[in-house]
Design a protein around this ligand. Structure first.
Ligand code: SF4
Length: 732
């Protein structure tokens, strides 16, 4: 019998919003169908395996319910939640030409009538490929004069806070965690959503390291830690300052490192004196002895590696929390030892040429002749229901002090109908009949229910891109492995086409993905990148290898990378900043300090809503991505539509295991099934994010979350949410 024809293997990169940015090898058969995906064994962080989400990726690519053609809402169909599985009945198939012409004409009409800032793009990290995340779309919206979106929903508070301390987001190389003797995972569910760090954690533990997890929720990672500290939500900053108090009291700080590398030590020391363990214990729920033990263990173990993740900063005081935690390795000099230090994100190491990619200069050619106003994505409900209503009129640019109302919403790489806080306000906005909404998507979602047009989007197997990471130091090329299914198209194609339909004549709107990758890399005349740290990279090498380390990480054994051990740093003082003159200049506290969240057990609002809600994420979804796939839902079935409650809180409300409960506050309510969990701190309840339409009642936990913003960076505060719980049927 003849051997089957060999499969073609293509190097791609998982573009989902995950620090690991895995190198994915896709095997494609003779018919052009992908038949296998696997992690690239030659990529030092991917190490040949994929997470449970993406190991089944072909289920997603070839899902029978993929959106494959452009669709227009049928006349007379109301914008409202559509029954799952029947969404297509609300739409009619149209050609790309019809869709693009109609969308371009409508955007033009809205721009002429209300001003271009009445058009709001809404996107986030549905793909983190450099082109897919932000390139042709930015060019298009800048040239159009559309409102700019402040992309704050996930990482901005923490990112800005880290940068206030260090100037740039760098961190301990992921591979070096294997050398640590203490790993402090702070708000980091490594096993759940940073799985490629886990083999290095395991190696470190085999060599005697301890794993300490600080997290209000007993995650997979916390469950297997040597010590799980379940602190109360929003108290991380107090704990970090309490640790500093102990470290300084006992003389465990690294004075030589502090003198050489930091700014503002005396002021920080004075602040830390206020955070005696007894005081911190009252806020965090720990004992004073536990705080002392943690501080001593952290300060006296070498190497000590901190893995801080973005959960910490989704509280009202999240910016201060990240600043305080980020200062710990600077106080103890942990950065000096290979395998020590810390990592929030490595993204600051990738110096893509964003000016060339995004072309903000095109705004000068827009009808407003300047960069447009900025709208914060974490307050989408307000943007859709309140913007433009504060002045005497709402129709003109001059009429309202905050600019025009939003009349067109263009959604891609995101599902705000599920993930944006204050779901009911968002929904009120999306239901507006005078709002023109376009959604570029792979599936029908909570957002497409409100769309005038739904456009089919490609997966990372179906387009070409280049990618960095926020959890390692490799530049990777993601080559197109298969033809797009149906008529799915990439972001680059979509916005290039729309630009041409709107008469934007610049050559940049006709760039191919390959040309744009060269622009992102700033390839010079000699064929090498001219970006800092990428000077050794050529297109040919990327195409050959698929992944190339940044220059400083090219020979880690001979030349280990020790971030923040030599100056000058990219901060105003050129040093690590314990004290921020920049914050002081704008009237903010220049030092980290614990301010109890407005929505926390210490606040006035707790009289009515005494329980702190963790609106938490899933291990097997990526925010709302993957939530529609049966295999992925099965993996999350145990806590699906459950409200996890401490037994004491349940007993006080007459709630037992398996009872239906109503979880509510002033913003909304959701009905869930009670599930008792003694690992939660008393006074804290937890429920997972899901698609609203997949929950009974058609709402998700974001019906409860608020649009209040973080102290730094204007981020979303998903983990500062107060609620009350009653047995279903017992209404107040
Ligand atoms: S989601 Fe993360 S861990 Fe999973 S394949 Fe993608 S990059 Fe890797």
């Amino acid at each position: 019998m003849a051997a089957p024809p060999p499969l073609r293997v293509v190097h791609t990169v998982c573009s989902h919003d995950c620090p690991d940015s895995c190198a994915v090898l896709v095997a494609v058969n003779e018919e052009g169908r992908a038949v296998k995906v696997e992690g690239d064994p030659s990529q030092p962080v991917t190490q040949g395996f994929l997470c449970g989400k993406v190991a089944k990726y072909l289920d997603r690519v070839y899902a029978p319910d993929r959106v494959l053609y452009p669709m227009r809402r049928k006349s007379g169909v109301a914008k409202a939640p559509l029954k799952r599985g029947h969404e297509h009945e609300a739409f009619e198939r149209v050609s790309w030409d019809e869709a693009l012409d109609a969308i371009a004409a409508r955007l033009q009409e809205i721009s002429d009538r209300y001003g271009p800032e009445s058009i709001l793009p809404y996107s986030y990290a549905g793909t983190i490929g450099v082109l897919g995340y932000g390139s042709m779309d930015r060019r298009f919206f800048h040239r159009l004069g559309a409102s700019q979106l402040d992309r704050t929903i996930c990482a901005e508070a923490g990112g800005q806070a880290w940068n206030l301390v260090y100037g740039k987001k760098l961190g301990t190389p992921t591979e070096d965690f294997r050398l640590a003797k203490l790993i402090l995972a702070w708000g980091a569910n490594i096993h759940g959503n940073n799985i490629h760090l886990w083999p290095f954690v395991e190696e470190a533990r085999r060599n005697g390291a301890r794993l300490v997890v600080i997290d209000p929720y007993r995650t997979r990672t916390a469950a297997v830690a040597d010590w799980h500290i379940a602190i109360r939500p929003g108290t991380d900053v107090a704990l970090a300052l309490g640790m500093m108090h102990v470290i300084l009291n006992e003389g465990l700080e690294d004075r030589a490192y502090i003198a050489e590398m930091t700014h503002g030590f005396e002021a920080l020391a004075e602040r830390a004196r206020e955070y005696a363990p007894a005081r911190v214990a009252a806020w965090t729920g720990m004992t004073p002895g536990e705080i002392e033990q943690l501080a001593r263990e952290y300060a006296t173990t070498r190497p000590a590696a901190l893995r801080l993740n973005y959960g910490v900063q989704r509280a009202e005081n999240g910016g201060a929390a990240v600043r305080a935690i980020a200062m710990l390795p600077a106080l103890t000099g942990a950065w000096k030892t290979r395998g020590g230090g810390g990592q929030l994100s490595t993204s600051g190491a990738f110096a893509w040429d964003k000016q060339a990619l995004e072309r903000p200069d095109l705004a000068l050619a827009s009808p407003i002749g300047r960069l447009a106003r900025v709208v914060n994505m974490s307050a989408l409900g307000q943007a859709l229901t309140e913007l433009g209503t504060k002045g005497p009129g709402t129709k003109g640019l001059e009429a309202a002090p905050d600019g025009p109302a939003v009349h067109a919403l263009f959604v891609y790489n995101s599902n705000p109908g599920a993930v944006a806080p204050n779901h009911n306000a968002v929904r009120r906005g999306l239901e507006r009949n005078d709002l023109f909404t376009v959604v570029h998507e792979q599936f029908f979602t909570d957002t497409t229910d409100y769309a005038d047009f739904v456009l089919p989007a490609t997966t990372f197997l179906e387009h070409t891109d280049v990618q960095g990471a926020y959890g390692h130091y490799f530049v990777q090329l993601s080559q197109q492995a298969i033809a797009p299914r149906g008529e799915a198209r990439s972001n680059v194609w979509l916005f290039g086409q729309l630009a041409q339909r709107m008469g934007f004549s610049g050559a940049c709107f006709r760039d191919t993905p390959e040309e744009m990758i060269r622009q992102a890399l700033a390839i010079g005349a000699d064929g090498h990148s001219t970006n800092a740290g990428m000077e050794h990279i050529t297109m040919e090498e990327l195409e050959r290898a698929g992944h190339v380390p940044l220059k400083f990480h090219a020979a880690p054994e001979a030349q280990p990378f020790l971030p923040y051990t030599a100056g000058p740093l990219a901060t105003p003082s050129s040093k690590i900043e314990f004290y921020s003159d920049a914050l002081a200049a704008v009237g903010l506290d220049p030092l980290p300090g614990f301010v109890p969240p407005v929505e926390s057990r210490w606040s006035e609002a707790a009289k009515n809503y005494p329980l702190e809600l963790l609106a938490r994420k899933n291990d097997n979804y990526m925010n709302s991505t993957f939530a529609n796939l049966p295999g992925h839902r099965k993996m999350e079935a145990r806590t699906s539509q459950r409200l996890e409650m401490h037994p004491e809180d349940a007993k006080a409300r007459g709630v037992g295991e398996g009872d239906m409960v109503r979880v509510f506050n002033d913003r909304g309510a959701i009905e869930l099934t009670a599930m008792l969990n003694a690992h939660l701190p008393a006074g804290v309840v937890a429920a997972r994010l899901d698609w609203a339409k997949l929950n009974s009642g058609g709402v998700n936990v974001n019906a409860l979350t608020s649009e209040r913003l973080t102290d730094i960076g204007g981020g979303a505060t998903f983990y500062s949410t107060l609620v009350e719980v009653r047995k279903a049927g017992n209404r107040d």
